[in-house]
Design a protein around this ligand. Structure first.
Ligand SMILES: NC(=O)c1ccc[n+]([C@@H]2O[C@H](COP(=O)([O-])OP(=O)(O)OC[C@H]3O[C@@H](n4cnc5c(N)ncnc54)[C@H](O)[C@@H]3O)[C@@H](O)[C@H]2O)c1
Length: 348
C-alpha cells in the first residue's frame, strides 16, 4: 500500500498560495487558484487538485503560463462578453467570465461569456457550484480540437484530434443542494490511464484504441500513439465537438485555417426571468426529491444526484483531511523548497 498523508485543507491551501506567490503570482490571484485546487481535492477530484502545482510552476518558469496576468473583458455586449485570459491562470479567467455572465444574466435573464488565450481551468464543477450558490443556472464547457490536439479521437477517427472537452451544468434548487453535472466527454481521463499503466492493469474495454484505431485495453498502446474514445460513441463525440466549436468560434480573433481552436464558454441563466423564485425553487426541489426517492437497483444503496458524491467527499475530507499520496506530497514539498517556501507547521 503506497504511503498516504492526510493534510488539513487550510494548510494545503496556504502552502499552494505561498508557492504561487513565490513563483511571481500576486497574492489575490495565488489565493484564488489555491482555493480552487484544494476544493477539487476536497470534492474528491484529486486529478484536478494540488497535484497540478509542480506542473503549473514549471509552466510559469517556461513562460507558457503568465502567473501574474490579470484577465480582461475585451468585447462587451449587453448580454455577452469575451474575456482575454492573457495566458494567465485559467481559474482566474474562467471565474471572471462566470462573474460577468452572472452579472449580465441578473440584468437580462441570460448572460454568456467566452475566454480566449486561456490556460487550464481546473475542475469545471467549481464554477457551476459558484453560480448555483448565487441562485443562477450555469452551463459551461472548455473544448479544443485540431490535428494532434489532445488525447481523444473523433468517433470513427484514427488520430488524436480532440481534448477531453468537459461540460458542467449546475442547477440550483431552493432548500436542497444544487445538481452539478461535471465530466469530460471521453470514456476515461488521461490520469486514469497513467494509473493503469503504473499498476500494469488493463483498462476497461471500450476506453481506448491503439494508433491504428484498433480496440485495446493496454495502457502502453495509448502512450505509443493511441487515443481515448469519446464516451457514449457518437453521442459523446457530438458533445465534445460542440464544446470545441463553441470554445473556438466564440473566441476567434481571425478565421481558423488549420482546423484548430478552442476556448471556454459559459452561459448563465437567471431563473427569476422565467418564473417566480418560490415556484422555481419548489419545482426543482420537488423533482430532485422524487428522483432521489426512486428505489435503488440491486447493487446500489441509493439514487444520488449529480454533485452529491462531491458534496459528501467535501464533508468527509474537511473532517479527515485531504489524502495526498506520498509521491504527490514529495513533489509538492520539492517545489516548495526550490522556491524557499516553508512547509506549513502541522503538515506532514
Ligand atoms: N479543465 C479541463 O480541461 C478538464 C478536462 C477534463 C476533465 N476535467 C475535470 O475533471 C473532473 C473529472 O471528470 P470525469 O469525466 O472523470 O468525471 P466523473 O466520471 O468523475 O463524473 C463526475 C460527475 O458524475 C457525477 N456522479 C458521479 N457518481 C455519481 C452517482 N453515483 N450518481 C449521480 N451522479 C454521479 C458527479 O457528481 C459529477 O457530476 C471534472 O471535475 C472535470 O471538470 C477538467
Amino acid at each position: 500500500m503506497a504511503e498516504m498523508h492526510h493534510v488539513k485543507p487550510h494548510l494545503l491551501q496556504e502552502m499552494a498560495q505561498r508557492i504561487f506567490v513565490a513563483a511571481g503570482t500576486p497574492e489575490d490571484l495565488a489565493a484564488h487558484v489555491a482555493r480552487h485546487l484544494v476544493k477539487a481535492n476536497l470534492s474528491g477530484h484529486d486529478s484536478h487538485g494540488v497535484i497540478r502545482i509542480p506542473r503549473y510552476v514549471q509552466m510559469i518558469e517556461q513562460g507558457t503560463l503568465a502567473g501574474a496576468a490579470r484577465p480582461e473583458v475585451v468585447r462587451d455586449w449587453p448580454a455577452t462578453a469575451v474575456v482575454d485570459g492573457k495566458r494567465g491562470f485559467g481559474q482566474v479567467a474562467a471565474s471572471l467570465a462566470l462573474d460577468v455572465a452572472i452579472d449580465k444574466a441578473g440584468k437580462n435573464g441570460v448572460g454568456a461569456a467566452s475566454v480566449r488565450r486561456c490556460n487550464h481551468i481546473g475542475r469545471l464543477g467549481d464554477y457551476s457550484e459558484a453560480a448555483a450558490e448565487r441562485g443562477y443556472i450555469a452551463i459551461m464547457t472548455y473544448g479544443s480540437a485540431g490535428p494532434n490536439n489532445g488525447h481523444a479521437a473523433p468517433f470513427g477517427g484514427a488520430s488524436r484530434h480532440l481534448g477531453t472537452n468537459p461540460w458542467s451544468i449546475g442547477i440550483p434548487g431552493a432548500d436542497e443542494a444544487p445538481v452539478v453535472v461535471d465530466f469530460a466527454t471521453t470514456v476515461v481521463a488521461e490520469g486514469k490511464i497513467q494509473v493503469a499503466r503504473a499498476k500494469h492493469a488493463p483498462l476497461p474495454p471500450g476506453s481506448i484504441v491503439d494508433k491504428e484505431g484498433q480496440p485495446t485495453t493496454e495502457a502502453e498502446d495509448f502512450y505509443a500513439g493511441g487515443m481515448i474514445l469519446p464516451m457514449g460513441g457518437h453521442k459523446g463525440y457530438g458533445l465534445s465537438l460542440v464544446a470545441a466549436l463553441l470554445g473556438a468560434g466564440l473566441t476567434a480573433e481571425s478565421p481558423a485555417t488549420e482546423g484548430r481552436g478552442g476556448g471556454v464558454f459559459v452561459l448563465a441563466i437567471n431563473p427569476r426571468a422565467f418564473t417566480e423564485p418560490e415556484v422555481y425553487g419548489a419545482t426543482i426541489d420537488n423533482l430532485t426529491g422524487a428522483v432521489k426517492a426512486v428505489a435503488p437497483a440491486p447493487g446500489f444503496s441509493e439514487v444520488q444526484l449529480p454533485g452529491g458524491p462531491e458534496a459528501k467527499s467535501r464533508a468527509e475530507r474537511q473532517r479527515s483531511g485531504v489524502p495526498i499520496p506520498g509521491d504527490t506530497w514529495d513533489a509538492l514539498v520539492e517545489t516548495a523548497q526550490r522556491l524557499q517556501v516553508p512547509v506549513p507547521e502541522g503538515a506532514p
